[in-house]
Design a protein around this ligand. Structure first.
Ligand SMILES: *[C@@H]1O[C@H](CO)[C@@H](O)[C@H](O)[C@H]1NC(C)=O
Ligand SMILES: *[C@@H]1O[C@H](CO)[C@@H](O)[C@H](O)[C@H]1NC(C)=O
Ligand SMILES: *[C@@H]1O[C@H](CO)[C@@H](O)[C@H](O)[C@H]1NC(C)=O
Ligand SMILES: *[C@@H]1O[C@H](CO)[C@@H](O)[C@H](O)[C@H]1NC(C)=O
Ligand SMILES: *[C@@H]1O[C@H](CO)[C@@H](O)[C@H](O)[C@H]1NC(C)=O
Ligand SMILES: *[C@@H]1O[C@H](CO)[C@@H](O)[C@H](O)[C@H]1NC(C)=O
Length: 940
């Protein structure tokens, strides 16, 4: 035994000793030895660019650590490949290797003329231009310089000698601008993979020659600010497998040219501007594994041939205008892991065939018009992680088998018509993180106690159902720390006590309950971002939350006293709503001045007195300002002009005494200006220039002391009342915007019983205006919904031009001194539902027919000379007016047609204010603010 062991040890030692020799001798013929001169070129490169302290995130110094002179065979170094036969360095892969510094043609790497593959991706070359010396590497087949901080204009000459290139990746060099890509590609005719994501092309066009590059397999031009037309023949390239032209919202195209035999596996066109719909020929792309057609403006039905794409794993058709039902054939796509149909106009029931998609992890069907129940078959999707059915018309109850979805983390069922109790089983989904059931008709108890036993639960919304009571946890022992709790309209009588021991809360909403008494002090010490206690019976003085607050909503309570100046310590506030309380006194002077981020301020419906405080003269983002229904006095502060993005101002029902603030006309975004029921006086002088009040669509000046003639020159301009444009407020895309819209709508509703939507309104009633109604109203303000000039001293005739206002719903000219006949053409305004010319000096026949048939007596009384139905006064021998001829109508619509064209042209320039606040919590928010400010200044 001992002998055998000894022999073994000797043998082992021998083998160990021999190993280097043995390995050398065995591999020598295959393992190349590097050339001295190339070794020194590489070392020179290292010493110029390698700096371990400059590693970008994800970078690693490992590869280059082996680049040392002592290790004499550079073919063994990290990232180096040598030619087997002659030992020349033919490949360098230094991606993510902590290279930094400006690289130019002197860099030694360009003397390695045998290189075939060069990868310098994800380093930091500090805005270098691509050195012309790269053109010496004529043997290159692969060149990857992506994400390495290259910049400058790349001319075709720089790389035109690289005719053997099959792969070129320059993506992510955002300051790079490629000039003449088409010309370059003529030289690179072997190209198979071309990645230019985030790189600018100087002409911003997709070169048509791409459609001729039959060897192309991958093409990435995403996020490159392309415009013009995308050549659809690119879809037909015989070898194309990967195509990404997403995030180019000015790039137009249509989905045609999908041929049988296509090799396309991945099609990403998100945010392209596509015409038309999805052709049935989509079903020809049998190799597809991934489609992203989100936000492309597509419409029509989703073709059922989509069910032929059985290799699909990822299907995103969200944010388009797809109509009709969800094709049941989607259930054939059994390899799908992600299906997103969010925000379309899909109708009908959710097909039960979707229950066959057993690999599905994420299912988004929200924001459509889907009806019927939640199909039981969905409860078979045992891999689901996200289920979003919110914002549809779904009825019936939540299936109790939902607990079958044991991996479900996010469940959105809000804003449907679901009824019945919340199934107990829902509290048994072990991985649940988020449960949103808001705005349904769910009944019974909400068992928050059970839900809080789930370890991962974090965000909960039971708001606005028909819940009888919420069962709160009894002890704090084993409950989870949550971030968000929303229990609006849940019959609460107090702020839930268990929250006192919750330390991760950021979002609380208990609006529209019966909470009375004072707000508990501990609540105000939580580092909350959002606190909504509006519509309760809370008493006391204004409680001041902790400085973390972004959204503070306390409207419709019984708070009283003065607003303390300590409110101005809330430096991060975006939205402050104190409307409809019993606050008194003057505002603290700092109130309009304290938060850089303040976006919406509503103090309406209180008893505030004194002057409106001055606004910050630095950058200021206030967009919604509602001080209506108080007793504010004095003139308007001129510092309102510092609020350069103001969109909505409601100062109605105060005691402001001032002339008409025409100076507000320079605010580029001001949409709504409500000044009714104050002491505004004097004449409205002509606007300062033609682009005065460029965005104004609602103005109320009623019940003031304005005098003089109606300001015809204003009406001739006001472009937002003139041109039709898609209404940005209809689809608020951020929370702040949504809440602000609620404030705005509340204000408008209070005054006019209508939601703002796209309302266009001009109310100059109950003043002392005299003179005639200018033609410029009917000739220009074509979007008007409401025109109220009642209760003034207007004279002359009702202008025929008012018949141009085809959207008019309310026309009130009552209580003036108008004379002449009622123009029959007004009957063509089919949308007119309120028409009032009572108490004037009108005479003659009330025109019959058309819309006039719908108005009653009260529309006409108080005009002694007016006759005919619905008045009792008969007309006798008063001559009947000629009825409106077809010709007359033709003229009007032709005239409108021209205006329509102008309107469409006008669309292009629409700038949306407040769009990106959706990122309010992210870094993007700050850059958005900066960009917005920048843009605004450039426009000045
Ligand atoms: C590496 O970079 C750091 C920081 O930029 C710099 O301070 C240092 O001098 C550099 N080292 C070399 C060897 O260049
Ligand atoms: C380009 O590739 C071809 C075929 O692979 C080869 O013969 C030729 O030498 C290469 N050109 C250069 C400049 O390396
Ligand atoms: C593409 O090829 C077609 C025919 O093969 C040719 O007529 C056309 O000029 C080529 N287009 C470009 C941009 O080179
Ligand atoms: C889809 O598949 C069916 C049956 O396999 C076939 O008849 C039909 O032509 C295919 N449609 C398309 C567009 O490929
Ligand atoms: C699903 O994908 C796998 C490979 O990922 C493939 O083998 C299978 O054929 C696909 N299933 C269907 C129904 O196409
Ligand atoms: C629940 O899951 C089990 C096992 O995955 C399955 O057999 C059953 O059909 C599912 N129940 C429903 C209602 O889908």
């Amino acid at each position: 035994m001992v002998g055998a062991w000894h022999v073994f040890r000797i043998l082992a030692c021998f083998l160990l000793l021999m190993r280097p020799l043995w390995s050398f001798s065995v591999t020598a013929p295959g393992k190349p030895v590097c050339r001295k001169e190339e070794l020194s070129l590489l070392l020179a490169f290292k010493s110029s660019f390698f700096n371990q302290t400059n590693c970008l995130s994800g970078g690693s110094p490992l590869k280059m650590a082996s680049w040392v002179a002592e290790e004499g065979n550079c073919c063994q170094w990290g990232g180096i490949t040598c030619d087997m036969e002659d030992g020349h360095v033919i490949g360098i892969d230094l991606s993510s290797s902590c290279l930094a510094g400006i690289i130019d043609s002197k860099a030694s790497i360009f003397d390695l003329v045998n290189l075939q593959e060069l990868n310098l991706a994800r380093n930091n070359f500090d805005q270098s231009e691509i050195p012309p010396a790269i053109g010496r590497l004529t043997g290159l087949t692969t060149l990857d310089l992506s994400g390495s901080g290259f910049s400058g204009v790349v001319l075709p000459e720089v790389m035109s000698t690289l005719s053997n290139l099959t792969t070129l990746d320059l993506s992510g060099n955002q300051a790079m601008n490629i000039s003449g890509l088409g010309e370059l590609l003529r030289s690179l005719n072997k190209i198979e993979e071309l990645y230019l994501s985030k790189v600018m092309l100087s002409d911003r066009k997709v070169p048509t020659i791409l459609a001729n590059m039959t060897s192309l397999r991958s093409l990435d031009l995403s996020n490159s600010r392309l415009s013009g037309e995308f050549p659809d023949s690119i879809f037909a390239l015989p070898r194309l497998e990967f195509l990404d032209v997403s995030l180019n919202n000015e790039l137009m195209g249509s989905l045609t040219g999908f041929h049988r035999g296509s090799q396309i596996k991945s099609l990403r066109l998100s945010m392209m501007n596509l015409k038309g719909g999805l052709p049935p020929s989509l079903g020809n792309l049998s190799h597809l594994t991934e489609i992203d057609l989100s936000s492309c403006g597509l419409w029509g039905e989703i073709p059922s041939s989509i069910g032929n794409l059985t290799n699909l794993k990822y299907l995103d058709l969200s944010s388009n205008n797809f109509q009709g039902p969800i094709p049941p054939s989607l259930g054939d796509l059994t390899n799908l892991t992600m299906l997103d149909l969010y925000s379309n106009r899909l109708i009908g029931e959710i097909p039960s065939s979707l229950g066959s998609l057993i690999l599905l992890k994420r299912l988004y069907l929200s924001s459509n018009k889907l009806a019927g129940g939640i199909p039981a078959s969905l409860m078979q999707l045992s891999k689901l992680d996200v289920l979003d059915l919110s914002n549809n018309l779904l009825t019936g109850s939540i299936p109790s088998q939902i607990s079958n979805l044991t991996l479900l983390a996010f469940l959105w069922l809000s804003s449907n018509e679901l009824s019945g109790p919340i199934p107990h089983s829902i509290y048994g989904i072990p991985s649940l993180t988020l449960l949103f059931l808001k705005s349904n008709s769910l009944t019974g108890e909400a068992r928050l106690d059970l839900l809080l036993e789930l370890k991962g639960i974090s965000r909960i919304d039971f708001s606005s159902n028909a819940i009888s009571s919420v069962v709160f946890p009894k002890s704090n022992a084993s409950i989870t720390q949550i971030g968000m709790l929303s229990l609006d309209s849940c019959n609460l009588t107090e702020v839930p006590q268990f929250l006192e021991n919750q330390n991760s809360l950021d979002w609380l909403s208990f609006s529209n309950n019966n909470i009375s008494g004072h707000v508990p002090q501990w609540l105000m010490q939580k580092p909350l971002q959002h606190l909504d206690l509006s519509l309760n019976n809370i008493q006391g003085t204004l409680p001041i939350p902790s400085t973390s607050i972004n959204y503070y909503l306390m409207s419709n309570n019984q708070l009283y006293g003065e607003v303390p100046s300590s409110i101005c310590e809330l430096k991060g506030i975006l939205l402050l709503d104190l409307a409809d309380n019993e606050f008194t006194g003057a505002l603290p002077p700092c109130l309009c001045n304290f938060s850089f981020f303040l976006f919406a301020l509503s103090l309406s419906g209180n008893n505030f007195v004194g002057k409106i405080p001055d606004f910050n003269n630095g950058i200021n983002f206030i967009t919604v300002l509602d001080l209506s229904s108080n007793s504010f006095e004095g003139p308007l502060p001129k510092s309102l002009l510092n609020c350069s993005v103001l969109k909505y101002v409601n100062l109605g029902k105060n005691k402001i005494v001032d002339t008409f603030p025409s100076w507000l006309g320079s605010l580029p975004s001001l949409k709504v200006l409500m000044l009714h029921s104050n002491g505004f006086y004097g004449e409205m002088k002509a606007p300062r220039n033609d682009s005065w009040f460029p965005s104004l669509q609602v103005i109320t000046l009623s019940d003031n002391n304005m005098a003089g003639i109606l300001p015809s020159d204003y009406f001739a301009h006001l472009p937002a009342m003139k041109y039709f444009s898609p209404d940005d407020d209809k689809y608020p895309n951020s929370f702040v915007q949504m809440v602000s819209m609620t404030i705005i709508n509340k204000g408008i509703e209070r005054e006019f019983g209508t939601t703002l939507g796209s309302v266009t309104l001009l109310d100059l009633s109950s003043n002392n205006f005299n003179g005639t109604i200018p033609d410029s109203i009917g000739d220009n303000l074509l979007k008007l919904h409401t025109l109220n000039l009642s209760d003034n001293y207007l004279t002359g005739q009702i202008p025929l031009s008012l018949a141009n206002l085809k959207n008019l719903e309310v026309l009130d000219l009552s209580r003036n001194r108008l004379s002449g006949v009622i123009p029959g053409v007004l009957g063509q305004i089919t949308s007119l539902s309120i028409f009032n010319v009572s108490y004037n000096n009108l005479s003659g026949y009330i025109p019959g027919g058309n819309q006039f048939g719908t108005f009653e007596n009260s529309s006409y009384i108080g005009n002694p000379e007016l006759c005919g139905t619905p008045l009792t006064k008969k007309c006798g021998n008063v001559p009947k007016p000629p009825s409106v001829t077809e010709d007359g109508q033709g003229d009007t619509s032709q005239q409108l047609g021209i205006v329509w064209i102008t309107a469409l042209v006008g669309l292009a320039g629409g700038l949306m204010i407040g769009v990106a606040l959706e990122h309010a919590y992210g870094a993007n928010f700050l850059s958005w603010l900066a960009a917005k400010w920048h843009k605004y200044q450039r426009r000045q």
